[in-house]
Design a protein around this ligand. Structure first.
Ligand code: PLP
Length: 393
């Protein structure tokens, strides 16, 4: 029986591995066109190549990022791998320059795969006192002429905001491309492709899907040749998102702006509250004047918000007191605020920084919060009660 068109307002889940191609002529035509790697094929062939439900979800992301194409992958990491593959040309590949304050999984990928296995020439650029010095950056770019520079708009867990506009201006002067991981900022705060960035990637697992229930990534851009190269790589290595996840994403992403704007509001309010508490030593949030990149954040994001991540640090007479305050806090809030190693979930969740990053950040009392979109009063109540109970320690 052939599928009849039904009056559904949504793209259904097309679960087939292979699509019907009817006869030899149509098959030859479909395979020939496939080599052109157009964004949306006329005829689908095989779901690892392209799938209509995935294309439909990609169009939702194109609207949000305001870009010409978006390609979904099964994880943020596979989006990163796909994005980088565009700039790998065998022995001709020039150095790749990565800012150091990027997701730890990306650093592991660079070290274990790009350097150790693929033998690529990887260079790093480090911030000074929580801010990237762009004079030094320009010197490095002009000296090593990298193929591309890779940055995150807002870093993790110190929430350093990169001066994206000026970084793009500098790289363009030297014919270097730029890839930006915009997961923490999201297009609601900032759209780097509008400023001339070449590629933007996201861990869709986070704010775009927003419910902690699927794993996905996306690579976005405007340049057609880059799109073709990325489509080809995604197909050959099999990084394609599943149609079921694309369907759920296409639904969940409808509420992205509502969710994220509320998460940003909650985070801004909570930061003020945490900042006044005597047992908290320091709060890192780009919306605070004390944050080293506050002025850059204001310039980039205007008055929309500063993201929904907060890192703070328990005070104490020594490391042991700081750790015991941290642990007591985690225990006291655990009913409402769970320790879950992701971010962008509906409810506020937390991570103890030392347990993940070891000694990279020397203060053992540090906690990273991914602020949710629950009622603010409920969130402040949970955190306020825990802080009051800890004070007498
Ligand atoms: N980029 C950032 C900023 C992340 O935080 C993460 C994961 O935490 C990733 C990329 C990787 O995404 P995924 O876990 O979806 O592969």
């Amino acid at each position: 029986m052939k599928r009849k068109d039904v009056n559904s307002s949504r793209m259904p889940v097309y679960r087939e591995a292979g699509f019907e191609l009817y006869d030899a002529l149509t098959t030859a035509d479909a395979f020939r066109k496939e080599t052109e790697h157009s964004r949306e094929p006329d005829l689908y062939i095989y779901s690892r190549y392209r799938n209509p439900t995935v294309v439909s979800a990609e169009e939702e992301i194109m609207k949000l990022e305001g870009c010409k194409w978006a390609l979904l992958t099964q994880s943020g990491m596979s989006a990163i791998d796909t994005a980088l593959s565009i700039f790998q040309h065998g022995k001709e590949t020039r150095p790749w320059l990565f800012f150091t304050e990027i997701y730890g999984g990306t650093i592991s990928f660079i070290e274990s795969v790009l350097k150790s296995r693929r033998g690529l020439d990887i260079q790093y650029f480090t911030p000074d006192n929580g801010i990237y010095d762009l004079n030094n950056f320009e010197k490095v770019i002009s000296a090593i002429k990298p193929e591309f520079v890779y940055i995150e708009t807002i870093s993790n867990p110190m929430l350093i905001v990169a001066d994206v506009k000026n970084i793009i201006r500098i790289v363009k002067k030297y014919g270097t491309k730029i890839i930006i991981d915009n997961t923490f900022a999201t297009p609601w705060l900032y759209k780097p492709l509008n400023e001339g960035a070449d590629i933007v990637i996201h861990s869709v697992t986070k704010y775009f899907s927003g419910h902690g229930n699927l794993s996905a990534g996306v690579i976005c851009g405007n340049d057609t040749e880059m799109m073709r190269s990325a489509i080809e790589y995604r197909k050959f290595v099999g990084h394609m998102l599943s149609p079921d996840d694309a369907y759920r994403l296409q639904t969940q992403i409808q509420s992205f702006e509502l969710r994220f704007s509320r998460q940003c509001d909650n985070a801004s309010k909570l930061t003020g509250y945490l900042n006044e508490n005597p047992i908290i030593n320091e709060v890192w949030f780009p919306g605070l004047k004390s944050h080293p990149t506050h002025l850059i954040a204001e310039k980039l994001f205007g008055n929309k918000g500063f993201g929904a991540m907060i890192t703070f640090d328990f005070d104490g007479k020594d490391k042991s007191e700081k750790r015991s305050r941290r642990d007591k806090f985690i225990e006291l809030v655990s009913e409402k605020i769970k320790l879950i190693p992701t971010l962008g979930d509906p409810h506020t969740i937390l991570m103890p920084v030392e347990a993940v990053w070891g000694t990279k950040y020397p203060e053992p009392g540090m906690i990273r919060l991914s602020v949710g979109f629950e009622y603010y009063s409920e969130l402040e109540g949970t955190i306020g009660n825990a802080l009051k109970a800890i004070e007498p320690l």
